[in-house]
Design a protein around this ligand. Structure first.
Ligand SMILES: [Mn+2]
Length: 330
């Protein structure tokens, strides 16, 4: 199945349910560095498996980031399976290496189902439920379950799925937002999704060290190409002085893109090994992958990432040149 509409997704549930019911033990998995969609999807799916009476493990290479610590059923998340599974469900994943240390566990499972909304990369899995028009994997799950008799839409399931949709659409600001996804969100609110709790946890709970580090990121801000390109650097000394971690830099690059003249923004972060991690964001049809490719990285048109083994100042120089060239050819 290349691309499924909401109706087609709904029609896929009975056969997927039959697979679930036939399994002895199921493992649920998602990608490393899990975000709101990855965790909201996997935790909602776990609750559905509980409703169906199925033994299962909820697996992720990394624990949840702090800002998602409120998610219902998060205590089910672990990095080690309790027993051998005969069915694997992988959510929000386009390439198997994004399972991290759990890759072997999932690849050695007899049957693998992948449910995802990314542009297909490797097309992993025996059964693939894919909708690249869905803004989030959580929205695909809602399409599978809403309006059916098999899943009781508890406030916890609704909250987990709404977190996935809200975080992957930037609260319905990104172009992946569809009328259908807003209808789905309305259904989730009616089912008791806790919007205020989501807002407070995801958007009003920034740790002070993260805010201080953002101040440093703004101090280090540089502009080029008539202020259309913005970038900043964060060194290990900046992390140490603020007490912030890599995880705390989530969203910084989007704030640079929010400057009125800026069309292309990037942030360079120095890891404790000295390796430099680069995140790039753009507006409109400016292709960030053209910049990321210069460093062997990649991503989507408006969001890419890469690494560099150069010292951070050298990496920054190469990055700016690539950004200016990208703007000139756009
Ligand atoms: Mn997603």
């Amino acid at each position: 199945m290349a691309e499924a509409s909401p109706e087609e997704l709904k029609a896929m549930w009975p056969s997927l349910k039959a697979e679930l019911l036939a399994a002895n033990h199921i493992i649920l998995g998602t990608h490393v560095n899990p975000d709101g969609d990855a965790l909201g999807s996997i935790l909602a799916f776990s609750e559905v498996l509980t409703q169906l009476g199925k033994s299962h493990d909820v697996l992720c290479h990394h624990p949840a980031p702090k800002y998602l610590g409120f998610l219902p059923n998060l205590d089910r998340l672990t990095s080690t399976p309790t027993q051998k599974a005969d069915l694997a469900i992988i959510l929000d994943l386009e390439a198997m290496d994004r399972l991290g240390s759990l890759r072997d566990v999932f690849e050695s499972t007899a049957k693998v189902v992948v449910i995802d909304h990314h542009q297909p990369h490797e097309e992993p899995g025996d059964i693939r439920i894919i909708s690249t028009k869905s803004p989030a994997t959580a929205a695909i799950l809602a399409d599978l379950w809403i309006g059916g008799d098999d899943v009781e839409f508890t406030p916890d399931i609704a909250t987990n799925l709404l977190v996935g949709i809200l975080t992957d659409t930037g609260n319905f600001r990104y172009p992946n937002t569809t009328p259908h996804s807003m209808h789905v969100a309305a259904d989730l609110l009616e089912a008791g999704a806790k919007l205020r709790q989501i807002n407070e946890a995801v958007y009003l709970s920034k740790p002070l060290p993260a805010v201080k580090l953002f101040g440093t990121a703004l101090t280090n801000l540089r502009l080029a190409a008539d202020n259309q390109a913005a970038w900043t650097t964060l060194r290990q000394s900046d992390f140490q002085r603020s007490g912030a971690t890599e995880e705390d830099t989530e969203g910084f690059v989007n704030e640079l893109l929010a400057i009125d003249t800026v069309k292309l923004a990037a942030i360079l972060r120095e890891s404790h090994t000295g390796r430099v991690k680069i995140s790039i964001r753009s507006q409109g049809n400016i292709d960030t992958t053209a910049v990321a490719r210069q460093f062997g990285g990649g991503g989507h048109i408006n969001a890419s990432g890469a690494h560099s083994d150069d010292p951070i100042d050298v990496a920054a120089e190469k990055l700016v040149q690539a950004m200016v060239e990208c703007l000139e050819s756009s």
